[in-house]
Ligand binder design. Sequence first.
Ligand code: UDP
Ligand code: MG
Length: 317
Amino acid sequence: MKQSLSVVMPVYNEGAIIRAGVLRTHQVLEQAGIPHDFVLVDDGSCDDTWPQLTALADDLPVVRAVRLSRNFGKEGAMVAGLDRAQGDAAVLMDCDMQHPPEALPEMVRLWRNGAQVVEGKKRTRGRESLLHRWAANGFYGLLRRSSGINLRDASDFRLLDRSAIEAWKRMPERQTFFRAMSSWVGFERAQVAFDVADRAGGTSRFSLAKLLGLALHAIVSFSAAPLQLVTLAGGVLLTLFVLLGAQTLYMKAVGRAVAGFTTVILLQLIIGGILLVGLGIIGVYIAKIYEEVKGRPRYLVRADTADKEEAGDDRVR
Ligand code: UDP
Ligand code: MG
């Protein structure tokens, strides 16, 4: 019987707001009569997040807190949480309440009616800077055109049935992109629209550099189109060579060979440029392959409240 729900939250420097967020979510689920538990993953915070999490775990028996050994990034924290989720389904949520817990009962209803993946779809994108919106649009457009996966209104706010979680766990890549991977697995899907709320407190934990890195990673992981672009450029250049070559030979034959230095210089520049860009793109993919073959763990755990002794140790030390 599809019953219990695990709520997985990545938590990074959210000491000021995490307690209120978890309590509010807990209350919503209690009122809806949904059996649930929490897996809170401290992603190497440097504020008082971990003491807050252990206090929550002490106060609420349904809370399990896990502490990673350093900041692995939201993806790593989500994987750590999903690996530990025990429920018949798990829902991924930001802990800053931008993913409204009020949407959970509806997601659970759809799940119990047979959906195996329930996606939270952004109805509005909430408050964000013009630059951020512009960059996000550009990124999603690029990803859709290059990989066919449309994530424009997608978010990490997703409920996964046990079968989808197990399928997702079988994807062996070290560097994950949860949003796209949980679309890739397929299964019976449903959607719930939600409005992105304002952040409960503080500012986004993502810097522009972090976001750009994630965007590049997503495209390289889900599409080989940039590599094909190199081939395409090669094809175009080859056609040009043939045409220019024929013209040159013809000029030579009729004795009208001109001192075409401009053409030579332009050609040199174009070819040199395209070769370097091509090498760069190939380099990005090789770097990805290198990361993957190293096969390093996606995250490392430092403490876990389900492991009472170990967590206790860490607290007295
Ligand atoms: N987060 C994390 N590790 C990081 C950055 C963020 O676990 O390195 C968590 C953060 O605590 C929050 C969620 O990921 O629960 C989303 O982060 P944030 O709200 O800062 O991102 P935004 O809403 O701006 O996309
Ligand atoms: Mg947020």
